[in-house]
Design a protein around this ligand. Structure first.
Ligand code: THU
Length: 161
């Protein structure tokens, strides 16, 4: 028997000014997208923005449904929009901002498991890591360098061959 240890790096910032200008802009675009959330069931708003290699920025938000399992998270909403509008352009940075309409939320939330798998696939497709910025309603920010930091032992294309 041998034990494999897998570690994750999460960078924690307490001040927006510690970030690069483009990172701040991308968080602002995710914050703006909170207004596009359709979340009458959870009342939990999630906005996400993606920066593409050509400089385009797209944003989107969670879209809920009375049949709960049909809900689409903000990250998958925006990444599938990017793949539809700019199918050949590589996403290079992703931001996620959350807002709980029933309580002040200071701690950033990380993408759910399904979104981690989705972002991982986009990274594999373009063979390029996508750093992810996470923020709630305070100046605390989490950053990981890639979806694989959030998804150790990811199921991937090579597992199918
Ligand atoms: N949600 C997202 O949009 N992204 C995530 O990564 C986690 C959860 C949404 C789904 C649902 O509309 C609400 O947050 C509560 O789970």
């Amino acid at each position: 028997m041998k034990k494999i240890e897998i570690s994750t790096e999460v960078f924690v910032y307490d001040d927006l000014n510690e970030l690069r200008e483009i990172e701040i802009e991308l968080l602002e675009k995710a914050e703006e997208a909170l207004a596009k959330a359709y979340a009458p069931y959870s009342e939990f708003l999630v906005g996400s923005a993606v920066l593409l290699e050509n400089g385009e920025i797209l944003n989107g938000a969670n879209q809920e449904n009375a049949a709960y399992s049909t809900c689409i998270c903000a990250e998958r909403t925006v990444l599938s929009a990017a793949a539809t509008i700019f199918p050949k352009i590589k996403p290079v940075l992703l931001s996620v901002v959350v807002k709980n309409t029933n309580k002040q939320q200071d701690k950033p939330a990380a993408p759910c498991g399904e979104c981690r798998q989705y972002i991982f696939e986009v990274e594999s497709r373009f063979q390029s890591e996508i750093p992810i910025l996470m923020k709630a309603q305070s100046n605390k920010i989490y950053k990981v360098k890639s979806a694989s930091q959030l998804l150790p032992l990811a199921f991937q294309k090579s597992d199918l061959i």
